[in-house]
Design a protein around this ligand. Structure first.
Ligand code: FNR
Length: 389
């Protein structure tokens, strides 16, 4: 303790990334170009949902207990029959290559070193195979932007399975991209230029389909291939609940539906045979004016929490945020922007600092709150307090 405060969080090494969550975004803004920064920091509409996500966290207060030793403190969790060192998962984030040349492979390696599962996005700038190699023995999950062509879906699932991705996360809330002014004003469309299409371009089934239909090789028509890939993953209509049966049939590992905000949808996910859900509003990037993600967590946990694994994301910035989500019933949380800011500021070292800092903050805050294990997190440890004004 005295050593940390005497030498700083990095034990004497000058940090390249701030440990202050309020300053991190500012630092990322200076480090990243406008377009990349706007892409990560942006949200839908006037960012009302992003605000609601943070407000929801602020309204819940921890009620710490005293004289409880940290000896034996253990923050490991079991998810889908597997033990994890921490209840923290790297959220799927697309097009990481625009933030730093270390991109998905660099971040997957960092997550493996820190014992945090890396969730790979379908919109990555690296192939499934390259991310798996970089992740090595690390735990890895695969996030599906769900193609409408079942042959392409099958090909992605098979590649993910063959490359050691254990959990399938299907994102439901982004079947079309939302109105995101910060991206629209910059005419910033990374996908159209082929960035973020690597998973598709390296897919043999998509390649064959594109070449057959267009008569060109992907490399000779990057714009056309990008549009075709985008059409596959962000189609004009969402899938249906009945379609889940197809994926269920072809994926024998756990399936998590991401983007659940309504109790009835949580019940549908359960009825479809899914193993988990991620209560998430995509970090406020889809429906502007949507409810804060933490605000719907308790009712969803009450409805399905004893029958399936409820994960949470949208708005986690600090260790106590993780505690609050766990106290409201989440089994683990996914973290997005802060780690990407670290990646953008200083590549894999920056991402590592943010991740290590968040885990240390969580550990310390658990101890100081008198909570020894994740299963000791419960609603008696927190209270909702709304201050006027
Ligand atoms: C995302 N998110 C996301 N989700 C997903 O399922 N697939 C994806 O490719 C992406 N891409 C993506 C890019 C960027 C730049 C951001 C910020 C977010 C959503 C992400 O997984 C997660 O739900 C949110 O980031 C969580 O909110 P916080 O932690 O960023 O507040």
């Amino acid at each position: 303790q005295t050593e940390i405060y005497g030498k700083g969080a990095l034990m004497g090494i000058t940090p390249t990334v701030t440990t202050d969550p309020r300053l991190l975004e500012e630092q990322a803004k200076r480090a990243l170009g406008t377009r990349a920064f706007n892409y990560v920091a942006g949200g839908a509409g006037e960012k009302a949902t992003m605000d609601a996500n943070r407000l929801a966290f602020r309204q819940w207060k921890i009620i710490p207990r005293m004289m409880r030793s940290m000896n034996g403190q253990d923050v490991s969790v079991e998810l889908f029959g597997q033990k994890y060192d921490n209840p923290v998962i790297m959220a799927p984030i697309g097009v990481q290559g625009i933030f730093h040349e270390d991109r998905e492979t660099g971040l997957a390696a960092v997550c493996a070193e820190e014992g945090v599962p890396y969730t790979m996005s379908t919109a990555s700038t690296c192939s499934i195979e390259d991310v798996a190699t970089a992740s090595g023995d690390g735990k890895r999950w695969y996030q599906l932007y769900w193609p409408h062509d079942n042959n392409i879906t099958l090909s992605l699932l098979n590649r993910a399975k063959a490359n050691g991705f254990s959990v399938l996360v299907i994102t439901l809330d982004t079947w079309a991209l939302a109105w995101r002014p910060a991206d629209l004003d910059n005419a910033y469309v990374p996908f159209i230029k082929g960035i973020g299409c690597e998973v598709g371009f390296s897919d043999p089934v998509f390649r064959a389909k594109f070449e057959k239909e267009s008569g060109s090789k992907i490399e000779d028509d990057i714009m056309g291939a990008s549009r075709a890939w985008l059409g596959e993953i962000f189609a004009s209509d969402p899938h249906t609940w009945e379609d889940v049966a197809f994926v269920r049939k072809h994926w024998d590992g756990p399936i998590v539906l991401k983007g659940i905000q309504h109790v009835e949808d949580a019940k549908m996910a359960l009825a479809c045979g899914c193993d988990g859900i991620a209560v998430s509003n995509h970090g406020g990037r889809q429906v502007d004016g949507a409810i804060g993600s933490l605000d719907v967590l308790p009712e969803i946990v009450d409805a399905v929490g004893d029958k399936m694994t409820v994960l949470f994301d949208s708005g986690i910035r600090t260790g106590v945020d993780i505690i609050k989500a766990l106290c409201l019933g989440a089994k683990a949380v996914l973290v997005g922007r802060p780690i990407i800011y670290g990646l953008g500021i200083n590549g894999r070292d920056g991402a590592r600092q943010i991740l290590k800092g968040l885990l240390a903050d969580f550990w310390q805050s658990m101890g100081l709150s008198g909570i020894r294990t994740v299963s000791d997190c419960n609603r008696e440890m927190i209270r909702k307090v709304q201050h006027a004004g």
